[in-house]
Design a protein around this ligand. Structure first.
Ligand code: GLC
Ligand code: CA
Length: 562
């Protein structure tokens, strides 16, 4: 097991690899990734040089939203394996010197969760319904939803019940798909249940949790309408609307004050494991719609340990904008002493190789891509440079499976196989997130490029055989080699761990900073090559150098004198 005697707690500087379990590796040949697949690939992850893995929901689920609709938080979905396999995986992960974190989904359950089934069977006003948000509709016959809130996946955030007793049905709230009813966090039973679930997994050796939709748990008790302006945005674009400024202090369901008290309790519990051999456990928050600067509140000493910096992920490829994003974030975190948590990709956003190759609108993280607008070669070059930039920044970083292979978004999946609820809920306007969830290519063995012995649940582009782990492993110029080498250097040079970040003067559209005394990172965002400063040694470059010049869209790590 990793030791707890590190200078700083491990999560302050870890590189954590996100496993989207359905698409990582299939161990039993049914075309769907599973626990057996993860176990077989632990040596790969240890060799890659990450410190920890995060596994997306593996609990029993009807899979209406890829497992983010949980029917039982203490059971493993049979398609992924069994609880004893999960326990073995936890043990083996630790034996490989890696930590393991899970995904907790506290904002909602599946509509097949026993609590929701009980609520449906119970009367309006019953304690069973009080665990969720059931309300009568508006209008003379209750035919209008209780308020104007919209689902993140498109359409109204309310669905009406068909009660058996002939009375007009109540409506229930779901900020995501109708199969994901929102829990009522003012209910003490809900709080107690989630504390018990966290303990269930902590007691089995889990090192921490990624908290799904951490900003959504608290709702305004009166469920008022959202101001009309933001409610008018078309389905699927609510997020964009709120990003533009409507996510004000007292939004009725995002980023509300009452959330903090829940997380203080969670922190207390995670800290109560300090005396175990593994030490205290950690949390990382997924929180998108936060007031400017508001993330610091989630990261106060007695709250969560870390939260993804999505501003970095969303930032266009621009030296000034990126530098401002980095500075703003670090200054905000300094107020509360929390570490930065960088991320370039996840199972929810268009893959970086494609995103950085897009000439279109950068704010659209889930694009209905017109392949003609994407320059994959440019995107790959920038994604390589972005990787070196991210991994040189102080704090922790998350990698999403396939990022280390430079996989592009699969933007031409046939529409009849799309599984993301966004596709249906947006009235077929937005393709959704399946394009970043295509199973990994491990080798060039057909029918599934080493992912499975059967047809995978989403088809892989045949040209991915050249991007497979096997093809990239011995290729010195590959993305995989770049990531491996970067992670090795990050472990070798202590400046990456604890060196202070100091900006260094550089030509316009060139970013340069030092970590500690002797490590420098330079990124060229300009269209012309830029001269390198004096240095002792090139540690790593994201592309070929042009003599003493750093080409456009290229990053370099240098060792230099003080
Ligand atoms: C988070 C997850 C996403 C999921 C949603 C609802 O944003 O990352 O995949 O659809 O929450 O649980
Ligand atoms: Ca399987």
């Amino acid at each position: 097991m990793p030791s707890k005697t590190d200078v700083a707690p491990w999560w302050r500087h870890a590189v954590i690899y996100q496993i989207y379990i359905r698409s990582f590796a299939d161990g039993n040949g049914d075309g769907l990734g599973d626990i057996a697949g993860i176990r077989s690939r632990l040596p790969y992850l240890a060799d890659l040089g990450v410190d920890a893995i995060w596994i997306t929901p593996w609990y029993r689920s009807p899979m209406a939203d890829g497992g983010y609709d949980v029917a039982d938080f203490r059971e493993i979905a049979p398609e992924f394996g069994t609880l004893s396999e999960a326990e073995r995986l936890i043990e083996e992960t630790h034996k490989h010197g890696l930590r393991i974190i899970l995904d907790i989904v506290p904002n909602h359950t599946s509509d097949q969760h026993r609590w929701f089934l009980n609520a449906l069977a119970a009367e309006p006003g019953s304690p069973q319904r009080a665990r969720y948000w059931f309300r009568p509709g508006r209008g003379p016959a209750g035919e209008e939803p209780p308020n104007n809130w919209l689902s993140v996946f498109g359409g109204p955030a309310w669905t009406r019940l068909h009660e058996d007793n002939g009375r007009p049905g109540e409506w229930y709230l779901h900020l995501f798909a109708p199969q994901q009813p929102d829990l009522n966090w003012t209910n003490p039973e809900v709080r107690a249940e989630f504390e018990a679930i966290l303990r269930f997994w902590f007691d089995r050796g889990i090192d921490g949790f990624r908290i799904d939709v951490a900003h959504g748990l608290a709702k305004h008790p009166l469920l008022p309408d959202i101001n009309v302006r933001s409610a008018q945005f078309p389905p699927g674009l609510v997020e964009a609307a709120e990003m533009r400024g409507e996510a004000v202090a007292q939004h009725p369901h995002w980023d509300r004050e009452d959330i903090h008290e829940i997380f203080r309790q969670w922190r207390w519990m995670a800290d109560s494991y300090a005396a175990t051999p593994q030490g205290a456990r950690m949390f990382v928050a997924e929180a998108w719609r936060i007031r400017t600067g508001g993330l610091a509140q989630y990261l106060r000493m007695d709250e969560l340990h870390s939260a993804f910096n999505f501003d970095f992920l969303k930032c266009p490829w621009d030296a000034d904008k990126l530098r401002t994003t980095i500075d703003t974030h670090l200054a905000m975190l300094a107020q509360v002493g929390a570490p930065a948590t960088w991320v370039l990709s996840s199972h929810d956003v268009t893959r970086p190789v494609t995103r950085y190759g897009l000439s279109g609108d950068w704010t659209q993280l889930r694009v209905g891509l017109d392949a003609g607008l994407v320059d994959i070669e440019l995107g790959s070059r920038r994604a390589r440079a972005a990787a070196l930039l991210m991994l040189a920044l102080p704090g922790a970083a998350y990698l999403y499976q396939g990022e280390e292979l430079g996989l592009p978004e699969v933007d031409d999946l046939p529409t009849d196989i799309l599984q993301d609820p966004i596709w249906e809920r947006s009235g077929h306007q937005i393709r959704g997130r399946d394009g970043c969830r295509v199973p990994l290519p491990w080798s060039d063995t057909l029918p599934a490029l080493g992912f499975s012995t059967r047809k995978p649940w989403l088809p892989q582009p045949p040209q991915w055989s050249t991007l497979s782990v096997e093809s990239q492993t011995h290729n010195l110029g590959s993305m995989l080699t770049l990531y491996r080498e970067a992670l090795r250097l990050r472990r070798t040079y202590s400046a990456f761990l604890d060196g202070h970040l100091r900006w260094v003067e550089a030509p316009s559209r060139v970013m340069a900073f030092k970590r500690g005394k002797d490590v420098m990172c330079l990124v060229n965002f300009a269209t012309d090559p830029t001269p390198l400063p004096a240095y002792d040694k090139v540690l790593l470059a994201s592309g070929r150098l042009d003599g003493h010049m750093l080409p456009p869209d290229t990053a370099i790590w240098l060792q230099c004198k003080e």
